[in-house]
Design a protein around this ligand. Structure first.
Ligand code: ADP
Ligand code: MG
Ligand code: ZN
Length: 484
């Protein structure tokens, strides 16, 4: 498809995040995940007549914390409204949400991603609002043949819905937005953001328009997105589908579509013609209230260092590149681990490389996580320190790391035990170089007649002879001298 380059895609994301409170938003029921169905319920969250909701103040605090982190205007007056629709997972037949007086007004989220030339760029994505609401129950279609079961444990779990302006321009940007948002929510400790357990959910609104056009095209809203990868793939799919329609003089219909991860396609769920009119009206059982400046400021003062601040600090203090810093701070655990390593006085860039590539690859291979890693920060720093002091080469270190992982021994102990200390004795290397030159007259001739690749072959032979222990720079240097 060549026409796709003539179009610009426009994306807005609606993210629902479960706020990590001990009890539900309007009643005292516990919020723990995985309890026996309908155990965590009471007359309030079951919508029994005569029961009354009471706002959990902790929910409000967490909502405002997020608002601050997204530079939102925190509202002075806050109100809850009823959003009416009929569905079996909603016991009251309305959801208590916020319509025109949400807790958080406009703000923004800065995303970072690589541009076409591989440079890190920043883009400010405007946030329209972030409002509080209650979660609905869950329908289970398996268990009893031909029946649908309802579990109300989730009904009344506090949610914050974060709505972006349609400022995102590609699937990559949408992905970067989610990564940044998740990092912020984790740093704030307001949610565990576990997409599998549904504590973070995302709907993607997608439209396309000819480049240069300023009016927005008709959007489709994609639901049933179970991972960030699914968000990315579904947006990419939807952009192509819509461009194809427009190119074929057909219309994009405003509708809700469901992503099918197995088929890799979106399918019509319901069009807006049959969409609900939610008949919003103020929740009479919860009176509007005021958020004092004092409360706002108190909550602002409890904000932790956020991912972007941490990334800036890593760049300034440790001289890391914007990309390395951005990757390190994405998961708080990784950034904490990294800073812990540096306490041993090892160089930042080398540590970052070993943490991000070698250790992460090994953890992936062993299907475990940094949190459970048998190689802790002090141990990794020990290994990095040996490389830094040139006691061992990077190549040998790659063999040492898995042994550390298996045995729990320190890098130093393993190196000593196995006699892996790097050979930096010039005399010793010279001997090997001479042997290698004598044994490979053809390559030597090749090199002298200008085939420079022959040099790496000869260096390879030296490394082989020394079982990888020769200092590679030194081996290279001595070889070149001898060949002159
Ligand atoms: P709805 O009433 O259908 O929920 P909203 O105006 O509330 O629509 O917007 C919901 C989300 O859709 C927001 O994230 C917004 O940025 C995004 N959005 C709105 N219009 C468009 C469009 N034309 N293309 C892409 N996204 C859009
Ligand atoms: Mg919507
Ligand atoms: Zn309850």
């Amino acid at each position: 498809m060549t026409a796709i380059n003539d179009y610009e895609s426009v994306i807005g994301l609606e993210v629902h995040v479960q706020l990590d409170t001990a009890s539900k938003i309007f009643c005292g029921c516990p919020t723990v995940f995985g309890t026996e169905p309908n155990r965590n319920s009471c007359p309030v969250c079951l919508g029994m007549p005569g029961s009354l909701p009471v706002l959990n103040e902790r929910v409000l605090e967490l909502g405002i914390r997020v608002g601050h982190a997204l530079d939102c205007q925190i509202s002075e007056r806050v109100k809850f409204d009823r959003k009416n629709y009929f569905y079996p997972d909603l016991p009251k037949a309305y959801q208590i949400s916020q319509y025109d007086m949400p807790v958080n007004g406009p703000g923004f989220l800065t995303i970072e991603l690589k541009d076409a030339d591989g440079q890190m760029i920043e883009r400010k994505i405007r946030i329209l609002r972030a409002h509080l609401e209650e979660d609905a129950g869950k329908l289970l279609h398996e268990g009893i043949e031909g029946a649908t079961l309802v579990d109300y444990n989730r009904a009344g779990i506090p949610l914050l819905e974060i709505v972006s302006e349609p400022d995102l321009r590609s699937a990559d940007e949408a992905y970067a937005y989610l990564i940044s948002l998740k990092a912020i929510l984790q740093y704030l400790e307001v949610s565990d953001c576990n997409m599998e357990e549904g504590s973070l959910r995302c709907d993607a609104n997608v439209s396309v328009r000819k480049k240069g056009e300023t009016r927005l095209g008709t959007k489709a809203e994609i639901k049933n997105l179970n991972s960030f990868k699914a968000v990315h793939k579904s947006i990419q799919y939807e952009i192509e589908r819509q461009v194809n329609l427009v190119e074929n003089q057909e219309k994009v219909i405003q509708e809700t579509r469901l992503w099918n991860d197995v088929k890799g396609q979106t399918f019509t769920m319901r069009s807006k013609e049959e969409a609900h009119d939610y008949r919003y009206f103020p929740e009479p059982d919860l009176v509007p209230f005021t958020i004092s400046n004092e409360m706002k400021e108190k909550l602002r003062s409890t904000l932790p260092e956020l991912p972007r601040q941490r990334s800036k600090r890593f760049q300034e203090k440790f001289g890391l590149s914007a990309y390395d810093a951005a990757v390190l701070v994405q998961e708080k655990m990784t950034a904490d681990y990294f800073e812990e390593c540096l306490k041993a006085g090892v160089p930042a860039k080398l540590t970052s490389n070993w943490l991000q590539s070698e250790l992460m690859a090994l953890l992936n291979e062993k299907k475990t996580t940094l949190k459970k890693s048998p190689v802790g920060p002090a141990a990794l720093a020990g290994l990095v320190s040996l490389i830094d002091k040139q006691t061992i080469s990077g190549k040998i270190a790659k063999d040492v790391l898995p042994i550390m992982f298996e045995t729990g021994k320190s890098a130093e102990a393993i190196v000593k035990e196995k006699g892996l200390v790097q050979v930096t004795d010039t005399k010793q290397i010279e001997e090997v170089v001479e042997r290698v030159i004598a044994a490979n007259p053809k390559s030597v001739e090749d090199f002298r007649s200008g085939k420079t690749q022959a040099l790496s072959f000869l260096v390879g032979q030296i490394m082989k002879e020394t079982k990888g222990k020769a200092n590679p720079q030194l081996a290279n240097q001595i070889l070149e001298q001898k060949l002159k």
